[in-house]
Ligand binder design. Sequence first.
Ligand code: MSP
Length: 533
Amino acid sequence: MPGESFYLTTPIFYVNDVPHIGHAYTEVAADILTRWHRQSGDDTWLLTGTDEHGQKILRTAVANDTTPKEWADKLVNEAWQPLLETLNIANDDFIRTTDERHEKAVLIFLQKLYDDGFIYSGDYEGYYCVGCEEYKQLDDLMETPDGDYAGQLVCKIHGRPVEVLKETNYFFRMSDFTQPLLDLYESQPDFVQPASVRNEIISFVKQGLNDLSISRSSFDWGIKIPWDHSHVLYVWFDALLNYITAIGYGTDDVEFNRRWPGTQLVGKDIARFHAVIWPAMLMAAGLEVPKQVFGHGWLLVGGEKMSKSKLTGIAPNEITDAFGADAFRYYFMRAISFGQDGSFSWEDLSARYQSELANGFGNLASRVVAMITRYYDGLVPAPGKAAPAAYMEADLGIQKTVADAAAAADAAIQRLAIHDALAAIWTIVEELNGYITIQEPWVLAKSDETRARLDTVLYTAAEGLRALAVLLSPVIPDATEKLWDALGADSLGPVWEQPLTDAGRWGQLPAGSRVTPIEALFPRIEAEAPSVA
Ligand code: MSP
């Protein structure tokens, strides 16, 4: 229902990673979902940011001869903020775990859990992977028979040796929440999605949860435990709290109640932190759990999870420099079912760019505008003067396609099925192209007798483009803004303010709107795509 609160979060990125298309994928999905809700009139908020504490960052900063805070400042300015610009992300806030607002609210949260008896001091002995910033069980490790680490226990994800930790730490009583979490998954089947991730989480929790070590005393780059300054808070405990510290937890109840609970988009690799540890933390603090945790799939390159450490990382601007931000946004959301893994290839990207964006959509727009310019001196004709019926079957068919597509796209977005929303919207592109081929407006233009029919055909085409611009605005904001200008639709207000819930209603583009010739929305790409190792 319009006007409802829609608060969406992305994971906060490890500040010293180099941004790659896997990070960009989460951002783009989140941006499309929030643009859609904003344009539907919902009280929308998109939060993203950076995860800046922990051993990994401390070590890289030291290796780069600087302090961790200076190192993080530099990376936020030079890598992460520019990534959001490159992808045209309209986030409402950007939180850093070194922000004072975050640190203050984390202390409030911790103190509450401590006062309420959910935190105790105990001994920890076990393995820790700095790459994952995670304590490991033996199952998560393997022995390597050869190579640099022969005979050592290495993390299965990073392939590097784990560290043996023996410390007195503070522990969170996570084991208390095994049953409450199982009850949550049962009573709110949508809490963790998609089903594959939900099943994995449930079987993990069914084994029973251990208490979680939440502090470290062997280094000091982190938030100090308020009652014991010789310890800093475990980086995941600190990072997860960003979702509530950014919206006023502990400091601004009005804002907090307005936004929380939110929907949380994460990669499936970090779903456990979000669907197990995080709701347990919230339950302990007496707060509501998220509306939903959605674990999207991985981008694969050569069949493996794309990652910088395996040298399969692709920088987002390698793609946007050649194809543009709109094409990036469209491609990843169209080609991969959201929630499943998907392979990236330059060939597939180029092929879809050419056939769907340039030939399918871009050409449709330029042809319609060119015909209105040529046959009507640039003024959109009024439909419906032809006898015997104002609109004929073919025209009504387009109207139905538009109405159905708008409804189906909205329903798909509500279940986070961005690929289905795009497929629904694309039926309009396909139907309109077919309609123009069959109606042959260039033939209708040859005789005065068919002039009234031409009015209807070109109005239908222009109004179909109006609906397309509105529906695609959250996905390809640059191209749809150009199309909106070209259609002379500004009398309706900016395209991104057109209510999406009303996008399928026929007849909104006023007759008499002045079209202007359009540059190619998706120009031909001359450059060769870079080759991928
Ligand atoms: N800092 C933690 C998150 C803390 S949230 C409280 C973290 N950061 S990350 O930078 O490593 O990952 C951020 C997001 O990028 C995750 O959702 C992760 O799944 C996503 N991706 C990283 N590589 C990816 C692919 N190859 N494919 C799709 N997304 C992947 O984890």
